[in-house]
Write a new protein. Structure first.
Length: 186
């Protein structure tokens, strides 16, 4: 039984930072998912053109294409997304070195849109790139706890690219929270 109640406080600055990351990362990921599906359709078009031929969405799942998409997503896609995430996080932290902890949404919004809050001229891309490379395998290994399952669900159960992106964004939110908690412990 809980005897004391403590309010959960959200630091809105990292939330806004992850929101910005979602805005940046969603378009290339949508294009990636669209490329995978158009190159390796989950369900092959019907072989026969007669009236008895089932529609493409009624065809059985192509195991070969699903495995190809999964393999590409977990190698090429994982590499791109890991580097994008790491480069973004290090860049935004260098661009906002003195970001305060703000638990009031209105104050955080005012802070976030204030001129000069984000100073990308303070970002040294050589430092950012070295940091991204240094933590690459650590993030990839940590991601193996989540992303293969997300890919399998997406490629076997979710039929549309739009739906896959939604699932990926929701999983990415959870991943971002997890990564924030890990970073906060360091």
């Amino acid at each position: 039984m809980l005897t004391s109640q403590t309010a959960i406080e959200v630091d809105w600055i990292p939330v806004f930072q992850f929101l910005m990351f979602s805005i940046i990362s969603t378009p290339p990921n949508f294009l990636w998912q669209d490329f995978l599906e158009s190159s390796f359709p989950a369900r092959l078009p019907p072989a026969g053109q007669g009236k008895a031929a089932p529609a493409a969405d009624e065809q059985p799942l192509s195991i070969r294409n699903t495995l190809l998409k999964f393999g590409l997503d977990q190698t090429v896609g994982a590499t791109f997304n890991t580097l994008l995430f790491s480069v973004y996080i290090h860049s935004i932290h260098l661009a906002m070195p003195d970001a305060p902890r703000i638990t009031n949404f209105t104050k955080a919004t005012s802070y976030w849109i204030s001129p000069g809050v984000i100073d990308f001229s303070a970002v040294d891309m050589a430092v950012v790139w070295q940091a991204a490379l240094a933590e690459f395998w650590t993030i990839v290994v940590a991601g193996m706890k989540l992303w293969p399952a997300v890919s399998l669900v997406n490629f076997t159960l979710v039929k549309t690219v739009e739906g896959r992106n939604l699932v990926g964004c929701v999983a990415g939110l959870g991943w971002g929270i997890y990564m924030s908690m890990i970073a906060a412990k360091e």
